[in-house]
Design a protein around this ligand. Structure first.
Ligand code: SAM
Length: 246
């Protein structure tokens, strides 16, 4: 089970440093928007908006009339107010909240992997679409942060892509794409700091004593150094689903 109060605490704390460190989230936000059919979306709902990296792309690129944003962190609403005037903000857990109405587009960048039941959440979002509506999400696949999960021997997801893909077969899939993105850091400590500054270390509390940190650094450098930099792997998955039956 994901500790939602920990997720909330970590993301709230990282709001000020998030934009400068959200390397992969900026890439996935742009790509998600590029994958969308270009048309007028009367009403748009964004889940897990944080500081509005995806919201800014929506504002720049899409034609829409009504915009609703959500995040488990209430303070995110202040960021969205400065990007899209007259928005509606619904604070709360996307797994729990009532979406209020049906939408033409429901979109979410790098958020739904924090759900305890991603399959049920996808179903809930599809049921909140109008006919001919689109659900567009980016989440992370099995190889995401694989260096960290290998070294600490932890599972950082509540779902397996194999099961999720199987579950998605019942829907009208418009597009399904996966990619691998590598980020370089000067040291393992710099890498850990960057993850902390985006709040994405939130799944589990890992207590790092000085000795454990040293062990981690040595192992990471030995296993994952390329051209004098250490490498971190991201595995974004982009999924677009139509609300129309297949
Ligand atoms: C990695 S950030 C991505 C933010 C944003 N979508 C972007 O494009 O940069 C994940 C965001 O999802 C929010 N979040 C995590 N779990 C959530 C949940 N169950 N319901 C709503 N928001 C959630 C976090 O508070 C955080 O702001």
């Amino acid at each position: 089970m994901i500790d939602k109060s920990l997720v909330k605490k970590r993301f709230k704390k990282s709001l000020g440093s998030y934009d400068d460190n959200a390397y992969v989230q900026k890439i996935t936000a742009k790509k998600l928007i590029q994958l969308l059919p270009q048309k007028i979306y009367e009403s748009v709902f964004e889940a897990g908006c944080a500081t509005g990296i995806l919201t800014r792309e929506i504002e720049k690129t899409l034609k829409f009339n009504f915009f609703t944003a959500n995040d488990i962190v209430e303070e995110s609403g202040n960021f969205i107010n400065s990007i899209i005037k007259n928005n509606t903000f619904i604070a709360g857990d996307i797994e729990e909240i009532y979406l209020g109405q049906k939408y033409d587009l429901i979109i979410s960048n790098a958020c739904l992997q924090w759900c305890n039941n991603i399959e049920l959440t996808i179903e809930k979002l599809i049921n909140s679409l109008k006919p001919n509506g689109i659900l567009a999400i980016s989440i992370f696949g099995d190889d995401n942060l694989k260096e960290i999960t290998d070294i600490f021997n932890i599972k950082n997801k509540t779902y397996s892509m194999k099961n999720l893909k199987k579950n998605l077969e019942k829907y009208n899939i418009i597009s399904y794409q996966e990619e691998i993105i590598k980020q370089e850091f000067n040291s393992p400590v710099e890498l850990l700091k960057s993850l902390k500054l985006t709040g994405v270390n939130a799944v589990k509390e890992i207590k790092l004593t000085k000795t454990k940190l040293k062990e981690f650094e040595e192992k990471y450098k030995k296993l994952y150094t390329q051209n004098e930099k250490v490498i971190l792997t991201y595995n974004p998955v982009y999924i677009l689903i139509s609300s129309d039956k297949k």
